[in-house]
Ligand binder design. Structure first.
Ligand code: NAD
Length: 249
């Protein structure tokens, strides 16, 4: 049996299937991943722009950076990989997507159960009282302030911050109960997100991995490695599982 057929069979025979996605699912939408040359982090070094210490030290500088990349991020559209996961969910073959991405593209593609492990760039949160805010508050040029006097921060998890409690608990519950996990486009370098597939494996999950290249998962916990672009592999998987009409076969 080919790797692809083994993945299809695993998805068809499972009841609880969870996708765990990283920056790689959005590269075909035009958003550079973390590590590619010429990506965001070449222009804006992580230590200078993406840590909570950097934000607290100079919120005006980080807001200037954030406005620049949010307007870039806002223009991107979901690709066939995002749509394939939304379709699997619609027809009962995907319980949830746990994503490290902050780009909102799973929701734009129609996925409804999305656990945002690292937040969402379309929301704000007050650093002092936790009040949520929407992007309107970020219009203008200065640092946006909350009514409590605290500073609003983009609602994304910066290095040095904790994962939001609700996302942590939901992701952990999905990882513990999934019969199949489809890992897509993550380098397995960012923790604790990278721990989730290991937790799933310890609890008996079958692991399918879609990536351009091998990762730390590939030779440790992956049962089936589908090498290639997520925007090609995932639609093929969805069609093989659901049939051309979109109904489970
Ligand atoms: P990463 O950049 O560390 O790794 C990306 C992985 O995706 C690599 O293994 C690469 O081989 C693979 N990949 C690239 N294009 C692919 C494609 N078309 N199909 C399949 N695989 C592909 O990404 P990460 O592991 O998600 O870690 C980066 C962190 O930075 C994340 O935690 C995330 O929060 C953040 N981030 C988010 C975005 C976004 O929201 N779109 C973008 C960049 C970084």
């Amino acid at each position: 049996m080919s790797n692809f057929d083994a993945a299809v069979e695993a998805i068809q025979s499972a009841r609880t299937i969870v996708a765990s996605t990283g920056a790689g699912i959005s590269t075909e939408s035009g958003i550079p991943d973390f590590r590619s040359a010429g990506g965001i982090w070449d222009r804006y070094p992580v230590e200078e722009y993406a840590t909570i210490e950097a934000f607290i030290a100079d919120p005006a500088k980080i807001w200037k950076f954030w406005r620049a990349i949010s307007s870039e991020l806002g223009a991107y559209k979901p690709n066939p990989g995002h749509f394939a996961l939304a379709e699997l969910e619609e027809y009962g073959k995907l319980s949830a997507v746990i994503t490290q991405n902050v780009d909102n593209l799973h929701q734009s593609a129609g996925s409804r159960r999305v656990v945002e492990y690292h937040g969402n760039n379309r929301r704000l949160r007050c650093l002092t009282c936790g009040t949520p805010g929407d992007l309107v508050l970020a219009e203008g040029t200065g640092v946006p302030f909350c009514y409590c006097g605290g500073i609003f921060k983009p609602d994304v998890v910066l290095f040095g911050e904790l994962i939001p409690q609700q996302a942590l608990l939901r992701a952990e519950a999905y990882a513990r109960t999934a019969e199949v996990v489809i890992i897509v486009g993550t380098s397995a370098q960012v923790y604790p997100a990278a721990q989730l597939p290991f937790t799933a494996k310890e609890n008996g999950a079958f692991i399918i991995e879609c990536n351009l290249e091998a990762t730390d998962f590939t030779h440790s916990i992956t049962d089936v490695f589908l090498q290639g672009k997520a925007g090609t592999t995932l639609p093929m998987l969805a069609e093989a599982v659901l049939g051309p009409s979109g109904e489970p076969s």
